[in-house]
Design a binder for this molecule. Structure first.
Ligand code: C2E
Ligand code: CA
Ligand code: CA
Length: 282
């Protein structure tokens, strides 16, 4: 009955309706969009809090839709997962991002940032994951240590034996893993024992939703502090996402948080702008 109620409500909500229409446009167009070169990748800096230097960049996919304009991943990744198109799209993102990172490594050596790539649940569960990544690293010439894969808690909770083996193989190859959106999964953390991760990324909402004052703010910061401690107790590096201002950055730095990502350090940007940052830092 609850489901029914929700369905009816959807019918009368104009905004929802508009979104449903665009979902249709998205799913119809998506199969050809990859071939036509409509997707592109922006890169967002991950900076060391100790000195503000560029440590890594996260590859974030966008779609230049001919009718709807530039779409963010939240508008099409869900549909791509449902339809299975996430497989070719995810492979394309890996190829692009690894190619880009390899190019920076050739030009800038150790001043080049590591590249972080998001893996969808379906990609993690796919039997071809390890061989795909192995091939992409060879084809692009990227050193495995320069690639970090971001996986969500939901990718490793549930039926997981095969995926765990795959993730171990990737780490044996020299690729590193980070848990994305850490703290939002409602999971029982036991997966941290089995999973060869080297980093946690604290979900952006923990920091960007912090209130200016009051009990909620105090508790919010205590939760963030607890997550940082948990990561360090487990010997993991920790990155805070959603860091929008200098005050938050300073507070995270003083807590010992290793890296930060967010508007304060730079929005997702074109690869040329990342190059400018590398060069300016010389
Ligand atoms: P995510 O992995 O958590 O990526 C961070 C998101 O937070 C990005 O949104 C980024 O633009 C946004 N963000 C960064 N700094 C700030 C900040 O200071 N404040 C706020 N409010 N937001 C900030 P974006 O680019 O829209 O990506 C959304 C999600 O789409 C990503 O969340 C990721 O889960 C997914 N995604 C993006 N690219 C890919 C991809 O290639 N493959 C897969 N499977 N998922 C992707
Ligand atoms: Ca991510
Ligand atoms: Ca995240």
């Amino acid at each position: 009955a609850k489901e029914e109620g929700r369905g009816r409500w959807t019918l009368f909500d104009p905004q929802r309706n508009a979104r449903a229409v665009s979902r249709y446009a998205v799913s119809v167009r998506m199969p050809v969009a990859l071939d036509r070169g409509e997707f592109f990748i922006d890169y967002q800096p991950l900076c060391l809090l100790a000195d503000g230097s560029l440590s890594a960049v996260e590859a974030l996919v966008r779609w230049r839709h001919p009718q709807l304009g530039v779409l963010g991943p939240d508008e099409f990744i869900g549909t791509a997962e449902e339809t299975g198109l996430i497989m070719p799209l995810g492979r394309w993102v890996l190829e692009q991002a690894c190619g880009q990172a390899a190019d920076w490594a050739r030009r800038f050596g150790d001043r080049a940032p590591q590249v972080n790539v998001n893996l969808a649940v379906r990609q993690v569960r796919n039997a071809g994951l390890v061989s795909d990544i192995d091939r992409i690293l060879r084809d692009t010439g990227l050193e495995p240590r320069r690639l970090q894969l971001e996986i969500t808690e939901s990718a490793v909770v549930g039926p997981k034996d095969e995926s765990l083996r795959a993730l171990h193989s990737l780490v044996d190859m020299g690729v590193s893993l980070a848990v994305d959106d850490f703290g939002t999964g409602w999971s029982n953390l036991a997966y941290l024992r089995d999973l060869p991760v080297s980093g946690l990324k604290i979900a952006g909402s923990f920091v960007s939703d912090l209130k200016d004052s009051g009990r909620e703010q105090v508790l919010g910061w205590r939760i963030v502090g607890g997550l940082v401690s948990l990561a360090h107790t487990l010997g993991l590096s920790v990155t805070a996402e959603g860091v929008e201002n200098a005050e938050h950055a300073e507070r995270l730095r003083s807590m010992g948080c290793d890296r930060a990502q967010g508007w304060h350090f730079g929005r997702p940007m074109r690869p040329e702008e990342i190059v400018r940052r590398i060069v300016e830092a010389e």
